[in-house]
Design a protein around this ligand. Structure first.
Ligand SMILES: [Zn+2]
Length: 100
């Protein structure tokens, strides 16, 4: 599927915090997509609830961020494993930067 046919080509707004979502390079993940739209707002209510829920339910410092697949517009979540992981991989990045 060509990116031209993607349903969500422009940055959507997170329904939980109204922040503009940003692209996350997902080429190293198993989605088969170059990027995902992700809400990177650390104060997003969805993200904040996730930390609390996972800690109370599983005793783990893990959460998830609100995500939209650009090809289908399908809504989902991506795990945010730790602050270290987020620092390395969970930030906005352009998947094409190294392909110029
Ligand atoms: Zn949000």
């Amino acid at each position: 599927m060509s990116e031209m046919e993607y349903k969500v080509k422009e940055a959507p707004t997170c329904p939980h915090c109204k922040s503009v979502m940003e692209q996350m390079d997902s080429r190293h993940l198993d989605w088969g997509l170059p990027y995902l739209w992700v809400c990177f707002n650390n104060n997003c209510t969805f993200f904040m609830k996730g930390w609390k829920h996972m800690m109370e339910s599983y005793g783990q410092l893990v959460s998830y961020r609100f995500m939209i697949q650009p090809d289908s517009g399908t809504v989902g979540v991506i795990p945010a494993f730790s602050h270290e992981y987020l620092h390395q991989h969970g930030k906005p990045s352009n998947p094409y930067l190294d392909e110029e």
